[in-house]
Ligand binder design. Structure first.
Ligand SMILES: Cc1cc2nc3c(=O)[nH]c(=O)nc-3n(C[C@H](O)[C@H](O)[C@H](O)COP(=O)(O)O)c2cc1C
Length: 341
């Protein structure tokens, strides 16, 4: 029996297999109101029909001024709940579990007016200089994460993922390259963790299902965070009751990734954190075939496999992976007669 197609329970949520649709921004909110559109209702349930175990909805803005693009999906007000609830129902009806990734863009926000960050340092020479957040503004954003988690629960999501990667606000606090504060939110590693610590703490007050955190396990910069720093951050997350660490990398400062990333280039991060911190992890990044995914799991490098671009190219990627692994998987009922032919 393949590991990829065996069930697993993480944070009390049971998945039928280890395949997760990686969060991918669709820029599909045409009215710039952050509401679910018909595109989302086609895009996500299609992957559930394709037998993905867990669908992770894209980076979703916890506040209007934290959007990374004006057409981002949003969860900053109660008016977003009904559309998200409809999406959850559609995905559940097709036998998959569904999560949502909560995000604030910080200095990478693309919105009119001022943008916020731990320190007034732009991302690169072409970027807007952000405003260094006051403690009051920090508190407001933490509350917006909590309120968004409450809305996610009301919408019926199974999993919540905190976006602490790719150089967005939380990552900006974690990295010494973007956080030059000298108050309780900046300085040594423990202080740079304080913002995420409070976000997790507040979310845990309203969210009792599975909680994942996506990290950038290295900044690819000699003065930035390395995997060794993330081993310490990982331990802190585990102590706070985070159920899984989803291991991506880069995008805090340019250059954002290695010169020529090869297949599974981020897998070693997932492996090191899983095996040394003893916390479940997800591997992501240039994982293209069922055989590659199976091998990662068989070597004990991660517990889940997040698939990004391959699932955009082929919503039925799990069926293809199953064929490679000579596994027969359940068909969507209406396709039963042709599925395994
Ligand atoms: C169109 C697109 C949008 C993305 N949006 C997000 C996002 O919203 N949140 C996130 O954490 N990663 C995002 N990513 C990164 C993917 O989740 C994934 O980590 C990355 O594509 C590497 O996996 P892959 O090689 O299987 O595509 C995005 C990637 C793509 C291609």
């Amino acid at each position: 029996m393949s590991i990829l197609f065996s069930p697993i329970t993480i944070g009390g949520v049971s998945l039928k297999n280890r395949i997760v649709m990686s969060p991918m921004g669709m820029n599909a909110c045409k009215a710039e109101d952050g509401k679910v559109t018909n595109w989302h209702k086609i895009h996500y349930p299609s992957r559930a029909v394709g037998q993905v175990g867990l669908i992770m909805v894209e980076a979703t803005a916890v506040s209007l001024d934290g959007r990374t693009d004006p057409d981002d999906l949003g969860i900053w007000e109660d008016a977003h709940i009904s559309g998200l609830k409809e999406l959850v129902t559609m995905v559940h009806e097709q036998g998959a579990k569904i999560g949502i990734q909560l995000c604030h863009g910080g200095r990478k926000s693309k919105v009119p007016g001022k943008i916020l960050a731990p320190s007034a340092i732009p991302y690169n020479e072409n970027s807007i200089v952000p405003e260094a957040m006051t403690e009051e503004q920090i508190r407001e954003v933490i509350v917006s994460f909590k309120e968004s988690a409450r809305r996610a629960k009301q919408a019926g999501f199974d999993v919540l993922e905190i976006h602490a990667a790719h150089g967005y606000l939380i990552n900006q606090f974690l990295s010494p390259l973007s956080n030059k504060r000298d108050d309780k939110y900046g300085g040594n590693l423990e202080k740079r963790y304080q913002f995420l610590k409070e976000v997790i703490h507040e979310i845990k007050n309203v969210w009792d299902s599975a909680l994942f955190v996506r990290i950038s396990a290295t900044d690819y910069h000699p003065d930035g965070c390395s995997i060794n720093d993330y081993m310490i951050y990982g331990k802190m997350m585990k102590e706070q009751g985070v159920h899984l660490i989803d291991c991506s990398s880069g995008w805090v400062v340019p250059p954002n990734f290695p010169e020529s990333p090869g297949p599974g280039y981020q897998v070693p991060f997932a492996s090191q954190i899983k095996n040394e911190v003893q916390v479940p992890t997800a591997a992501v990044g240039i994982i293209k075939t069922g055989l590659q995914a199976e091998e990662i799991l068989a070597h004990g490098h991660s517990d889940l496999i997040f698939i990004g671009q391959e699932l955009l190219r082929d919503p039925y990627w799990p069926k293809r992976a199953a064929q490679e692994l000579h596994v027969s998987i359940d068909a969507p009922p209406s396709y039963e007669y042709i599925w395994n032919k």
